[in-house]
Ligand binder design. Structure first.
Ligand SMILES: [Zn+2]
Ligand SMILES: [Zn+2]
Length: 826
């Protein structure tokens, strides 16, 4: 018997508090725990961090999203990969411009550009400080939080690469300029790409109008957009529609405006919609845009970029779309040209960011060719592993819908400038030559790096382009930038082929799609070795969280209250990868109890010495069984982790730790660990200590990617003062096997049987029992069970004596027999 001189837990603090997490953060930063070293000789694994767009403090969904991604990075690091996980921040684009305009009561176009950019930057810097503080507090293990090794999409260095990548595809002939109708968002004041358009169903009215046709009955036409009558270019009827055969080739008079338009047989007209005759306006919807193109109709722009009717609308000019619609309906009614109205549901295209309806407006824009790459992108999609696989369909559906090229120029200020100047003599657009070190250009305020026009040879000077890029032009090369594209050739060669893309499902057709497209155009290769797509975070009822609905509480106070670890593992416990995570404070509080439980388990175990390693075969059969169970846990969770889905691992580890290890194992072998009355041998006692510590190490390392704080504390206090995060993830041990695992369930049932008996007999759990009969199969556990339940004598099988009480085990048909104590003693 080894006497424990004093049973002082090595883990001093009695309770696990969120403040203890902050202490570790300092250590991690000082120890460069997550530094990226491209020359380590290990295989490089790059996590293409979704650079968060800064707009005030992070929401719950962002917090959970980033901790999930961080879990992957930490897991891969523990697998022995050299993880490149840069901190990136997306700062380009509209949202900050809109907020600056709103908050300061200014208008972008009326403010000097320099001044406006300064105001945006100030605002972004303030937001960034808050976001970085949250990232740190959550334990997001970026390589570094220092400037070097991080990126901001608005930095001259990042923008220089965006511009250089544009010049590269310009030189390949993949960019052109064209005047054509595009999606236009009035709220955002700019053209947007199809990828940024979503559809919403809205109630609307279908108005039935009469169009006069000479020599025939008036044509009856239904429309949801009567305000666009002034832009009517033709009437379509289906070629097979017998009602209209006599109308083919005739003209109809547009009500109110009086112009004559052709009646054209076209399969675009749906016989069953409205009256079957279709009014084609420039540009009511995407169909109209196509019709004007296909039939070479002359477009009339009815709506201007400020959302009001143009001169083409005659007396309705200057009215908003809604005002004009109302007025024109009144006028049509008065003139008896409107003969019917009915309610209808319309699929309205709206802006992805501002959720406001878009219009189609023709403008000059630059386009990046994309339709000719779709086939190759399909192949790349097929070859790239997705986690979970079912979210690949979002990408495939989108690839099947791309029909026009990507407009990339935007009429905004805070973005990467198009590096283009126009010859003052012949107007030819000219881009700079590519340089070894990419350069950042601001054509609206600087002279070009050339003096002579390559087309006309004039030296008349140049005028700088003043538009900026669609921000997806910047963020779509974040993964390439992370591996040193155009900056560090050595790193790029080493790391390009193993970049992992983690992201939300809402930006598959934008961020993911554009990244695949751009990488293909620039390198001819696939962008990612694997793609991870998470679901959304919704409220307790499954509804989308939003500040305006009041169901999106700020997350950081929860982190202070329950700890970052609880917040981190919450996302894993709550839903499988790709599914939506429901958030509620109650359940978060429940999760935090697991952290408390784990800490209490570790503190209890920390009382016992850590013996020299003992070979598996020299452990007691019971201890072999315990390690075999821990080993089975590892065998179950690692394949799930390798699918980058930590949902089942989190549930399995919690169940093992709490329901198996704490409730049964600790209770059972603590008698042997203390060995106060010397029932056990020294070897048996040491075997127990070794096993307890070994299992605690496995649990700590298995949880480390999810709950990096508490596990690091446990490791530092007990096993390694440099912490848990440089250790490897638990791996399956081939030799850790025990035949006893087939009786694990029976064993736990038997324990429950003893507890049930004592509870029902109204005696304390510590109360001793004179004798009990249990299953023959549990023989190897007999001594530990005796100590656990305080049974003086354990026998097997069925007693002859009828003084024994038969106890049916809670969840089986097995029974045990217990001889009740004669008298109760305390
Ligand atoms: Zn918008
Ligand atoms: Zn020229």
């Amino acid at each position: 018997m080894i006497l424990l001189s004093k049973l002082e837990p090595k883990i001093k603090s009695k309770r696990w508090k969120p403040e203890a997490e902050a202490e570790l953060l300092e250590k991690w930063a000082n120890e460069d725990t997550y530094e990226f070293n491209m020359d380590s000789g290990k295989s490089i694994y790059t996590v293409d961090t979704p650079p968060p767009y800064l707009s005030g403090p992070m929401g719950v969904h962002q917090v959970i999203h980033y901790t999930q991604i961080d879990t992957i990075a930490r897991y891969r690091r523990m697998q022995g990969l050299e993880v490149n996980f840069p901190l990136g921040i997306d700062r380009n684009g509209l949202p900050v411009e809109v907020r600056v305009e709103k908050d300061l009561g200014i208008v972008m176009r009326e403010t000097p550009r320099d001044e406006f950019l300064r105001l945006c930057k100030e605002r972004l810097d303030a937001d960034e400080t808050i976001t970085l503080g949250s990232f740190k507090r959550l334990g997001i293990a970026f390589n570094t939080y220092e400037d070097e090794g991080s990126y901001r999409t608005d930095s001259p260095r990042y923008r220089a690469v965006t511009q250089a990548s544009f010049i590269e595809i310009w030189n390949k002939g993949l960019v052109y300029s064209d005047y054509r109708p595009n999606n236009y968002c009035f709220e955002c004041g700019t053209t947007i790409a199809d990828a940024e358009v979503e559809y919403a169903e809205r109630p609307t009215k279908l108005h039935y109008l009469h169009f006069e046709v000479e020599g025939l009955e008036p044509l009856e036409i239904a429309t949801t957009r009567p305000e666009l009558l002034c832009a009517c270019g033709a009437i379509f009827v289906h070629p097979d529609d017998a009602r209209y055969t006599t109308y083919h080739g005739k003209t109809a008079t547009v009500p109110i405006f009086g112009m004559e338009v052709s009646i054209i047989p076209s399969p675009t007209a749906q016989m069953e919609f409205g009256t079957g005759a279709l009014m084609v306006c420039s540009y009511g919807d995407q169909g109209d845009v196509m019709a004007f193109r296909d039939y070479a109709l002359t477009p009339i722009q009815a709506v201007s970029t400020d959302g009001t009717m143009t001169e083409a609308a005659g007396e309705y000019a200057g009215m908003t779309i809604i005002e004009a619609r109302k007025k024109i309906v009144d006028d049509l009614k008065e003139k008896k040209l409107l003969f019917k109205q009915e309610d209808s549901i319309q699929r309205v295209p709206q802006c992805w960011r501002s959720r406001t309806p878009i219009e189609f407006i023709a403008m000059d824009e630059y386009y990046v060719k994309q339709t000719e790459f779709i086939e190759e992108l399909h192949k790349i999609a097929a070859d790239t592993p997705f986690y979970p696989p079912f979210h690949k369909q979002i990408l495939i559906d989108w690839l099947n819908r791309v029909t026009v090229d990507w407009p990339v120029s935007r009429r905004r200020f805070y973005g990467t400038e198009l590096p283009i100047w126009y010859c003052n003599s012949c107007k030819e657009p000219v881009v700079p030559e590519l340089t070894d070190e990419p350069r950042y250009y601001q054509p609206w305020r600087e002279d070009p790096p050339f003096t002579k026009c390559p087309k006309c040879n004039a030296e008349d000077g140049f005028t700088g382009e003043d538009r900026t890029f669609d921000t997806w032009m910047d963020s779509s090369i974040s993964g390439m930038q992370a591996v040193g594209y155009m900056r560090n050739d050595k790193l790029f060669k080493k790391a390009f082929d193993n970049v992992m893309r983690p992201q939300g499902k809402d930006i598959v057709r934008t961020w993911l799609y554009y990244s695949l497209l751009r990488t293909l155009q620039l390198t001819g290769k696939a962008a990612f070795s694997e793609v991870w797509v998470s679901g959304h975070v919704v409220d307790d009822k499954g509804e989308a969280m939003s500040k305006s609905k009041g169901n999106s509480p700020p997350p950081m106070p929860f982190v202070e209250k329950y700890g970052a670890d609880a917040m981190r593992i919450y996302g894993a416990l709550e839903a499988g990868l790709g599914s939506d995570v429901r958030f509620s404070e109650d359940r978060l509080a429940g999760v935090s109890k697991f952290m408390t439980k784990l800490y209490n388990i570790a503190r209890f175990i920390s009382m016992f010495p850590i013996p020299e390693p003992i070979e598996f075969k020299n452990l007691t059969p019971v201890d072999q069984w315990i390690l075999a169970e821990a080993n089975a846990l590892v065998e179950r969770i690692v394949p799930e982790c390798n699918l980058l889905d930590f949902h089942k691992p989190a549930i399995e580890i919690r169940g093992f730790t709490w329901n198996f290890f704490a409730d049964h194992v600790l209770e059972m072998i603590k008698g042997r660990s203390f060995n106060t009355d010397g029932t056990f041998t020294e070897e048996e006692q040491r075997s127990a200590w070794f096993t307890l510590h070994e299992v605690l190490k496995i649990i700590s390392r298995a949880l480390a990617p999810m709950t990096p704080f508490i596990t690091d504390r446990i490791y530092r206090d007990l096993y390694d003062e440099t912490g848990v995060h440089r250790h490897s993830y638990p791996s399956y041990e081939k030799t850790w096997k025990s035949d006893l695992v087939e009786h694990s369930e029976l064993l736990m049932q038997t324990n429950s049987g003893f507890w049930k008996f004592k509870r029902e007999a109204g005696i304390s759990l510590r109360q001793g029992l004179p004798e009990a009969y249990i299953s023959e199969n549990l023989k190897p556990w007999a001594n530990d069970l005796q100590a656990m339940h305080g049974v003086e004598k354990i026998s097997f099988g069925k007693p002859k004596d009828d003084k024994f009480v038969e106890v049916t085990l809670p969840e089986s048909e097995d029974v045990i027999y217990i001889l009740p104590p004669l008298e109760e003693k305390e």
